[in-house]
Design a binder for this molecule. Structure first.
Ligand SMILES: [Zn+2]
Ligand SMILES: [Zn+2]
Length: 763
């Protein structure tokens, strides 16, 4: 007989780990105890079957657990010990993680639709394998008094389950039932009637409110678009199950795994030609639909009601007609509404009915949005279901905070070799979003009990995030934008091992301030730890009018025409788009038309020349709108030989753009994507070969474009080069704080060049 002390690190609290160990110890006739503490789970086990215990510990862990490390020490045998106990949580130094929120598990669904179960149709059922976590937790250790369930004392039945080690709800902190738990403000049948009656319903979810309506009701969808947002951002849809989603868009194995996974993101599916006809206003002109499956009991109950309240779970597999628009309730570009009073105030005039409940949301989290890119999942937005899971860095270092840039802001706090990337925060265009950023930093500091020793921020001095970083009283580390994009991908390679050496990266992006003070965004960088060298960039295009050109592709098309020596055509071609002749003069005189090497602006130029969303009245479009529509036109990318020139590290796509003037939008979209990918590969290959490198990092907002990412990935692979794409964080600025944090960790670990050193001569 031996006794072992076992330390389990990772996502092991709030996921049923202690009851799992309890059951395991009983099965193997072991004695001892288990508890939660600041480092995860600590146990002592005594008996003969210790090897089997350790094997089962790793292999049979509960569905929401993620084990990062198991450490064992032999300790003295305790003579006469009987039984296995679950001891009270130890407070003290908190260094462990909180699990993300998870979709309702199959066992809970079986109860939800079983008329004999005491939780039949109860909208807040959950267990140790499912339900809310991150969004209802104030602080660690993760115990009921630290959650939004603190005000709901358990009834005798729930208390008995909670205390029974053989029960699925043993120590399930958010557990509840109709007798003791939260209540929904409106009966489900009333909510469904409202949706079917064409009304817009705000529904309180896990990380905030959604605005919902019947997706087949064109008038309701138009009304929602008019009330909530006037630009053309697509709305996500919720359907009952994969069989229902598959009627709209092609669901392959990778998409199915994403749709049905416990994180339940919105998943982009390529629209089927024979899909049921949806109103145009859902995803105007886009070949991709964002779809998700129900993840709270409230969602499931809506579909159950629509299906006629069938008993049992067989109906869950059959296609269902009910299709709901489910879009974040974030009017005015401000953060998602989470409070009941806040929802009534902010959604007044938008929602016809507000469905809330008395379980508070303590921290907001938007739905994650993912798509399959080059055969594997990629984030477009990382939020609910993923935050605050950590990303393992290649190396441990001092704790640092990073605050991102301006758009799609996230923050990142490191602890040891773990990087905690916050949920999506938003564009820092308003005070409310900035406040959310500050709250997110405070919340991460609290739940991780980490005090950063430095703060990394974007090189741009005028970003709100930069000013916030400077207000913290910590040493500040400015990071060049595209260096941080490449570093974000290098950071997540920590899962695979130690840091990579010098790495060539292509940052294909919208806008970032360059080390020379210019506007960058199509960069070839050689990144080595804290330093980088700008090996090349896309040929600069004038950006007439500055930022507004990012939402008015015709302006970039005008700049491209000027570059072709065809400036005289601008006024005629874009006569209907606004001040076309004024824009020509700005470009020719170089006034308010700063040059940019941005890949995103080259995309815009192509869209403008092809007449794809070239002009939105009043500048009402959103950045990336036209390129998304352009990507939607592509079936088979084509390559125009001679479509580019490479000169002194500068890649010039002017011949490609000039050729677009002769062809239609679809052909143009296919030629632009195919030729751009081929040109980028041809540009990078000699630089890779000269350094003996067989890996290239691809990052930046343009890599959210699956056609481009796949073209690059395949193009490099054909030449024996592995392309590393962002997988754990978004390719766009949502992943930037991770890269900033990783550069900061390295710079604090070593004496070396300052993070932004660049030998490239100023422009
Ligand atoms: Zn469950
Ligand atoms: Zn109860």
């Amino acid at each position: 007989m031996r006794r072992l002390r076992v330390r389990v690190r990772g996502q092991v609290q709030g996921v049923g780990f202690r009851p799992f160990l309890y059951g395991l110890a009983h099965r193997l006739a072991l004695t001892g105890w288990v508890l939660n503490d600041g480092d995860g789970v600590l146990a002592e086990v005594q008996g003969d079957a210790l090897e089997r215990f350790l094997t089962a510990l790793a292999e049979e862990a509960p569905p929401l657990a993620r084990i990062d490390a198991i450490e064992t020490d032999a300790v003295p045998v305790q003579p006469g010990e009987a039984g296995f106990a679950i001891l009270a949580s130890q407070r003290g130094a908190v260094t462990t993680g909180i699990a993300p929120d998870a979709a309702v598990c199959p066992a809970c669904l079986a109860e939800l639709f079983n008329p004999k179960d005491r939780r039949y149709r109860y909208p807040f059922l959950n267990c140790t394998h499912c339900g809310p976590r991150f969004t209802i937790t104030r602080a660690l250790p993760y115990d009921r008094p630290q959650t939004a369930m603190a005000g709901f004392p358990l009834c005798p039945d729930c208390a008995a389950e909670y205390a029974d080690p053989a029960d699925r709800r043993f120590h399930a902190q958010p557990t509840a039932c109709p007798a003791c738990g939260p209540r929904l403000s409106h009966p489900i049948e009333e909510v469904l009637d409202a949706l079917r009656g064409g009304r817009i319903v705000a529904i309180k979810g896990l990380g905030g409110f959604h605005l919902a309506c019947d997706a087949f009701d064109a008038a309701a969808v138009e009304r929602l678009r008019a009330r909530k947002q006037r630009n053309g951002k697509p709305f996500a849809l919720m359907v009952a199950n994969t069989a229902s989603a598959d009627r709209f868009g092609a669901v392959g194995a990778a998409e199915r795994a994403l749709l049905e996974g416990v994180a339940r993101p919105v998943v982009l599916l390529r629209r089927r030609d024979d899909a049921p006809t949806l109103p145009d206003a859902i995803a105007p002109g886009l070949a991709w639909l964002g779809m998700m499956l129900p993840y709270t009991p409230i969602h499931h109950l809506l579909f159950h009601e629509a299906a006629g309240r069938p008993d049992g779970t067989a109906w869950l597999e059959r296609p269902q007609d009910l299709t709901l628009v489910m879009t974040s309730a974030n009017p005015g570009g401000e953060p998602l509404a989470i409070g009941n009073a806040e929802a009534r105030r902010r959604l007044d005039g938008i929602a016809d009915l507000i469905v809330d409940h008395d379980r508070d949301i303590l921290i907001r989290a938007d739905d994650s949005v993912m798509r399959v890119v080059a055969g594997a999942p990629a984030f477009l937005r990382r939020g609910r279901g993923h935050a605050p899971a950590s990303i393992r860095l290649p190396r441990s270092g001092p704790p640092v905070l990073a605050v991102g840039a301006h758009q799609k802001a996230t923050v990142c706090l490191t602890r040891g070799n773990e990087a905690f990337l916050s949920q999506h925060i938003g564009d820092l265009d308003n005070a409310a979003t900035l406040e959310f950023l500050e709250e997110s930093v405070a919340h991460l500091r609290r739940i991780l009990a980490v005090e950063p020793v430095a703060v990394a921020h974007d090189l741009h001095p005028d970003f709100q995030s930069t000013r916030f970083a400077e207000s913290l009283g910590l040493p500040t580390l400015p990071m060049q934008h595209h260096h941080a994009h490449i570093a974000a991908v290098l950071a997540e390679q920590g899962e695979a091992g130690p840091p990579l050496g010098p790495t060539l990266g292509l940052a294909l992006d919208g806008f970032g301030l360059g080390a020379d003070g210019g506007s960058w965004g199509g960069e070839m960088l050689l990144v080595d730890g804290t330093g980088f060298t700008r090996l090349g960039h896309l040929a600069p295009l004038a950006q007439p009018g500055g930022d507004v050109a990012a939402r008015q592709p015709w302006r970039m098309a005008a700049a491209a025409l000027a570059r072709m020596g065809r400036g005289a055509e601008i006024a005629e071609r874009f006569a209907g788009c606004g001040p076309a002749d004024g824009v020509r003069r700005m470009i020719e005189a170089g006034i308010n038309a700063p040059p940019t090497s941005s890949c995103g602006r080259w995309f815009d130029a192509a869209c403008g020349l092809l007449g794809v969303r070239a002009f939105s009245p009043g500048g009402a479009g959103f950045e990336g709108e036209a390129p998304m529509a352009l990507e939607s036109l592509v079936r088979h990318p084509t390559v125009l030989e001679g479509g580019w020139r490479i000169d002194g590290g500068v890649l010039d796509l002017t011949p490609l753009l000039e050729s677009l003037l002769q062809i239609n939008a679809r052909e143009g979209a296919e030629r632009f994507h195919g030729t751009l990918a081929a040109a980028l590969v041809a540009w990078a290959l000699p630089e890779l070969a000269a350094r003996g490198l067989d890996r290239v990092v691809l990052s930046g907002g343009c890599l959210m474009n699956a056609v481009l990412a796949e073209g690059l990935s395949a193009g490099f692979a054909a030449r024996g080069v592995t392309a590393l794409l962002p997988r754990r964080a978004p390719a766009n600025d949502g992943g930037l704080s991770l890269g900033q944090a990783w550069i900061a960790v390295q710079s604090l670990l070593q004496e070396g060049p300052p993070p932004c050193a660049s030998p490239f001569p100023p422009a």
